[in-house]
Design a binder for this molecule. Structure first.
Ligand code: UD1
Ligand code: UDP
Length: 390
């Protein structure tokens, strides 16, 4: 029986990490049945935003790198669509696999669906209900171009039903008769797989940064709503610095290049101030294994990242979310993540609340059994009427 040829489209850091779960499951359970071609759009290109993940997470080097790089959204997405379309003409895959909600996801959805290749969307159905957020349009368009949609949470599954997707659809599945699934979260697969490895491979990492377990908070900031408006970025960082000094806790900040660019070009004196503060450690983006260690050993997490919010839950850490809304609404309903936007008073209130927390919080299993990638690949096989392996 011929193999299913799957094109895996990645571009941004979290997509490369997510793709590692699929690559691993193909190697372990589906070799001989599914083959993958990795197309990297080049949306992220710095070593620490891209190569480091291929090396560390044992993902096959991209078969194609479109080298698109940074640009305004329209231009960047257009270049990606052109490049992906060329690859699809050459490779003629059975289906195209997309992750999340970036411009690379959108480009893959447009290029593949226009050529009538079935699109498979991992992390379908997530909504912030804020269409000014660039990712929200990417999500909606990608979902409505897809044939198989894998929703990671109950809330995401319900959102799809709310938009007219029908859980009762039966095969054959097409873009006009799509199938929606409630799966778990593919990043939970990764956390379970890599957490032990991180301890072994990076045993001296915290020491190298002079960090003491439970005596620091982890901060990541990269959303355009926080980085591009300097009043907002200034308020967040000034508030966090004051809190770190007041509570005598270190804040470690592996900052996205976008945030560093804003700080260095538009907030130079604040940047100098932060780099001279004993309570603040601004560091370049770290590898996934290093990030796992930072998450696992911190006291609390402050972030505007989607992935890091969830990982706070995996590692049972309270999380302050520097956004007004979140797609991972179950975390907020659970009381372990607090939405504060960029409001200094709310940041302060939740920080003081979480930093000295004495009562243990509850972290129910919202995100599946750690075998989401296997489930997804099995359903892909079934769509092509191959024998199920599970
Ligand atoms: C993108 C995604 C966002 C995701 C994030 C993950 C979109 C619209 N946004 O945001 O959903 O959460 O990736 O990290 O797709 N830059 C570098 N080096 C790099 C990459 C980026 O210096 O390797 C800088 C450039 O100045 C660039 C800026 O970061 O202009 C923004 O990069 P871009 O990929 O457009 O968006 P992200 O903020 O990374
Ligand atoms: N991450 C990482 N190194 C870092 C920052 C984040 O490996 O310096 C990982 C993080 O653990 C998570 C993913 O990148 O798995 C999240 O990516 P990001 O915050 O860039 O994007 P988002 O999830 O918001 O789309």
């Amino acid at each position: 029986m011929p193999q299913i040829k799957l094109i895996n489209i990645v571009g941004a850091r979290p997509q490369i990490i997510k793709a590692s779960a699929i690559s691993r499951a193909i190697r372990k359970h589906f070799s001989g049945k599914i083959s993958e071609i990795i197309v990297h759009t080049g949306q992220h290109y710095d070593k620490e935003m891209s190569d480091v993940f291929f090396d560390e997470l044992e993902i096959h080097k991209p078969h194609y790198n479109l080298g698109v790089g940074s640009a305004r959204h329209g231009r960047q997405t257009a270049m990606m669509i052109t490049g992906i379309e060329d690859v699809l003409f050459d490779e003629k895959p059975d289906c195209v696999l997309l992750y999340g909600d970036t411009n690379s996801t959108l480009a893959g959805a447009v290029a593949a669906s226009k050529l009538h290749y079935p699109v498979i969307h991992i992390e379908a159905g997530l909504r912030s209900f804020n269409k000014t957020m660039p990712e929200e349009l990417n999500r909606i368009i990608s979902d409505h171009s897809s044939t198989l949609l894998f929703a990671p949470t109950n809330a995401a599954f319900k959102n799809l039903i709310g938009e007219g997707f029908k859980p009762e659809n039966s095969p054959p599945y097409t873009i006009d008769n799509p199938k929606i699934y409630l799966t778990g979260d593919i990043m939970y697969d990764n956390t379970l797989f890599f957490a032990g490895l991180a301890e072994k491979k990076k045993s001296t990492f915290l020491e190298q940064l002079s960090l003491v377990r439970n005596e620091y908070a982890l901060v990541t900031i990269h959303r355009d709503s926080n980085t591009d408006d300097i009043v907002v970025l200034n308020e967040i960082l000034v508030t966090l610095k004051a809190l770190a000094e007041e509570k005598n806790i270190v804040l470690v900040m592996p900052l996205h290049p976008r945030t560093i660019v804003s700080l260095k070009t538009k907030l130079k004196s604040l940047y100098d101030d932060l780099t001279h503060c004993d309570h603040i450690k601004i560091i370049p983006p770290v590898s996934f294994l290093e990030m796992i260690l930072l998450e696992k050993n911190c006291r609390l997490i402050i972030t505007d990242s989607g992935g890091v919010q969830k990982e706070s839950h995996f590692f049972k850490k309270p999380c302050i979310v520097l956004r007004k809304e979140t797609e991972w609404i179950e975390l907020v309903n659970n009381g372990t993540a607090k939405l504060v936007g960029a409001d200094p008073e709310r940041i302060r209130f939740e920080f003081l609340n979480f930093v000295d927390l004495m009562i243990p919080l509850d972290y129910p299993g919202f995100y599946g059994d750690g075998k989401t990638a296997e489930f997804i690949l099995n359903e892909i096989l079934l769509m092509f009427e191959k024998e199920s392996v599970l």
